[in-house]
Design a protein around this ligand. Structure first.
Ligand code: PLP
Length: 410
């Protein structure tokens, strides 16, 4: 591969202009948008307005005047088309962990004579922790976690399983599960399915309605660029919306402002709201979502696969990078928007790479993880990133002590 070929790829990239919508330092190659999305410029002016005008001057009137009260719903409706959901089924609130608690409770109620929540052993830990906590609360007669490998999912779907809880894209390896196929297999056995879209929403086309999905949760701060700790989202198919969830907060009440002492759940996705939304965070999320206006998810997916394929090809072309072992599949269609390489010194390599302006991340025990965000990553970024990576490995700079001290957040 020659640099001239890379320039052609960038010149023909239909998404190239989207990078202007983001506030990104010229000298930074950001391959970590799968962990914290970059800052859309529109967020800055929006937050400034919310602070100065809405909070600063209009004060409490803003709940009505600036529609603060409707933000969980309006933001949910902006996310819906990105995940193939029709109106009235997505709401933006809380974190994935808390949203999982709510939808798992609903899903277990729909299958109350069964108790097993089936998941994968290498699912993101918080997903498994939430089931363990529910199991402690409800007893194992009502909820027990069973984990299997990704390959064993299909053969483990039997009549003891109440809920199948899967993350569509594996957070370490990036392997992509077949939502359509697994949802329909589970439904044949009367199993309710909960999908975690943390590494799918904004990364690849998702078709929740077409797959007849039951419940889903997803992240605001990864590919949707909502900002650190931004609210997450949840999806409940219309047919399940009369099923209750137990966190009876006042925002989920059918009429919160009657201040009735008795809880009466809203008859819509609104019953999944709990307490007062963070308006600053919700406003940032709302503004961030506008970068998706007229984005074709098919183009995003095609470029995401090409960026990762290019990365792998450039790594393969350099003998000095032989010590990196690919943990992701080479088949683009079976992969999310990231690559994982294992190396005994993955942490230090990642730190030395960051020092050179290439931001990736490390995932225990030994994974260097690289995320590809087609809206703001160019083919040239990939070329340069692999160049820096081979400098770091060839020179063994990563052995320096400063790159080997683990920080709290990796
Ligand atoms: C990032 C991520 C989460 C994050 O959960 P929060 O409660 O929102 O912090 C959950 N699940 C998966 C699969 C993730 O990748």
């Amino acid at each position: 591969m020659k640099f001239a070929d890379i320039e052609v790829l960038d010149a023909n990239d239909p998404l190239a202009k989207k990078r202007e919508l983001f506030s990104l330092d010229e000298n930074t190659i950001y391959l970590d948008g799968n962990s914290l999305g970059a800052l859309p410029k529109a967020v800055k002016s929006r937050i400034n307005d919310v602070v100065e005008q809405q909070w600063g001057r209009d004060l409490i009137k803003s709940w009505n005047q600036h529609n603060w009260i409707d933000l969980p719903q309006t933001v949910g409706e902006k996310i819906a088309p990105l995940i193939g959901a029709g109106p009235g089924q997505v709401i933006c609130c809380d974190s994935i962990s808390v949203n999982l608690f709510k939808v798992l409770c609903s899903a277990l109620q729909l299958n109350s004579e069964r108790s097993v929540v089936l998941s994968t052993e290498d699912n993101f830990p918080t997903d498994l922790y939430m089931v363990q906590g529910l199991s402690d609360l409800l007893s194992t007669q009502r909820c027990q976690l069973r984990t299997v490998s990704e390959e064993e999912i299909a053969s483990s779907l039997d009549e003891s399983v109440a809920v199948l809880m899967l993350t569509q894209v594996n957070f370490r390896t990036g392997s992509l599960l077949d939502m359509q196929h697994l949802t329909s297999l589970a439904h044949e056995k009367g199993i309710i399915v909960v999908w975690d879209l943390a590494h799918s929403a904004g990364a690849l086309p998702v078709e929740l309605d077409k797959c007849n999905a039951d419940f889903a949760v997803g992240c605001g701060y990864k590919y949707l660029n909502g900002g650190p700790g931004s609210p997450a989202f949840l999806y409940v198919a219309k047919r399940h919306q009369s099923t209750r969830q137990p966190l009876n907060g006042w925002m989920g009440h059918s009429q919160p402002f009657t201040f009735n002492p008795d809880y009466q759940a809203a008859e819509s996705i609104h019953q999944y709201l709990v307490g007062t939304p963070s308006i600053l965070a919700m406003s940032a999320m709302d503004a961030a979502l506008d970068v998706w206006n007229d984005v074709d998810m098919g183009q995003v997916r095609a470029k995401s696969i090409e960026l990762a394929d290019l990365f792998m090809q450039l790594v393969d072309e350099r003998p000095t990078l032989k010590s990196l072992k690919l943990c992701s599949t080479r088949k683009g269609n079976d992969r999310g928007s990231q690559l994982a390489y294992s190396h005994d010194n993955a942490y230090a390599i990642c730190q030395a790479l960051i020092e050179k302006g290439v931001i990736a991340d490390f995932r225990a025990p030994n994974i260097l993880r690289l995320g590809f965000t087609p809206l703001y990553t160019s083919y040239k970024d990939i070329w340069n990133a692999v160049g820096y990576l081979s400098e770091v490995i060839e020179s063994e700079e990563f052995l320096k002590p400063q790159y080997n001290m683990k920080a709290k957040v990796t």
